[in-house]
Design a protein around this ligand. Structure first.
Ligand SMILES: C[S@@+](CC[C@H](N)C(=O)[O-])C[C@H]1O[C@@H](n2cnc3c(N)ncnc32)[C@H](O)[C@@H]1O
Length: 314
């Protein structure tokens, strides 16, 4: 999102206030009313209301009504202050915030009137923190169910995927165009013996035909000048019964964002991706938009799962 100088200074001013930061930290963890925020922070009720109105105008905070009045929470997309808040939040750690947090837990406990935590957030649980319930923890748990055989991770980056799946695979071949990124991957993985690293272009993979059970193209196609060629090359490396998983951006019109991340295309629609996979000889099991970024410009991700024509692995 583009901001004028006036909008930018207004945003900085909005976050350059200790009381507003305290409120934001509280609303990150709980839905709270003005009265509750007043009780927790000790600020005057009128000040709390004024601060909330400003935060709401900027889209950082949203209000919803329940039986007892308005409840405030951080908005899922954080409005036009999203990036600034993210940067600031990462570093924010303050004794006052810990005190506020403890008071908030007590206020919420009293308010719940016998509801469990799950009941109080049912229907929007993904927006609420509970100890240890991160997407990483969820992924690491579910990955235990996989049995991946030999994996080719195309445009593997610095080894995040390889580190996740190495224990569930016979071997993982990481391929990336950048030796610097591969050096970081080697450092991340350390002396794990079933992960190998190769510098190569995804359009010309240095592997024999049919040598992998699974091929990953995770956030890789945005870097392909000829995505169809990259897919054909990946298919060539798949064994009979092998499967390919793709995650990539849906078609979008955000050229500036594309340049910032060195993407070379503006995404691909599920229909086009499915067509390319069929053309490459794969049976498409699913190909659809599976998620949407919670922040502007709300990029969408297309996930595709496809397999070779032959029967799946036993
Ligand atoms: C967004 S990262 C994705 C990393 C990884 N797949 C993941 O999901 O964590 C994209 C990677 O593609 C690599 N890359 C860009 N162009 C490539 C090409 N033509 N062939 C192979 N890798 C490429 C970049 O160096 C970068 O590490």
């Amino acid at each position: 999102m583009k901001l004028s100088i006036a909008q930018s200074t207004e945003l900085w001013r909005l976050l350059a206030d200790a009381s507003r930061l305290r409120l934001l930290l509280l609303l990150e963890a709980h839905q709270l009313s003005v009265a509750e925020l007043t009780e927790i922070t000790g600020l005057a009720q009128s000040r709390v209301s004024t601060h909330l109105a400003k935060l709401k105008r900027a889209g950082l905070v949203q209000a919803s009504r329940n039986g007892s009045g308005a409840q405030y929470a951080l908005s899922p997309d954080r409005g036009r202050a999203a990036e600034l808040w993210t940067v600031m939040r990462e570093r924010l750690d303050d004794p006052q915030a810990s005190v506020d947090r403890e008071r908030a837990s007590e206020v919420v406990r009293v308010r719940k009137h016998g509801q469990t935590w799950a009941e109080s957030v049912a229907g929007r649980m993904e927006l609420h923190y509970s100890p240890g319930r991160t997407w990483e923890a969820t992924a690491r748990a579910l990955i235990g169910l996989l049995n991946l055989g030999d994996v080719l991770d195309v445009a593997s980056g610095d080894g995040v995927m390889a580190e996740l799946i190495a224990e569930r695979a016979e071997s993982v071949a990481c391929v990336d165009i950048s030796s610097k990124v591969l050096a970081a991957a080697r450092k991340r993985i350390g002396p794990v013996s079933n992960v190998a690293f190769t510098r190569a272009d995804m359009a010309a993979l240095p592997f024999r035909n049919q040598s992998f059970d699974h091929v990953f193209l995770m956030h890789a196609l945005s870097y392909a000048r000829r995505p169809q060629a990259a897919i054909s090359e990946a298919v060539r490396c798949l064994r009979r019964g092998g499967r390919m998983v793709i995650a990539t951006l849906n078609e979008h019109g955000h050229e500036a964002a594309m340049q910032a991340y060195d993407h070379v295309n503006l995404g691909v629609s599920p229909a086009t991706l499915e067509h390319w996979l069929n053309e490459a000889g794969l049976v498409v099991e699913s190909c659809r938009v599976t998620s949407r970024d919670p922040r502007p410009p709300y990029f969408e991700v297309v996930t595709a799962l496809a397999r070779t024509e032959h029967s799946p692995l036993p």
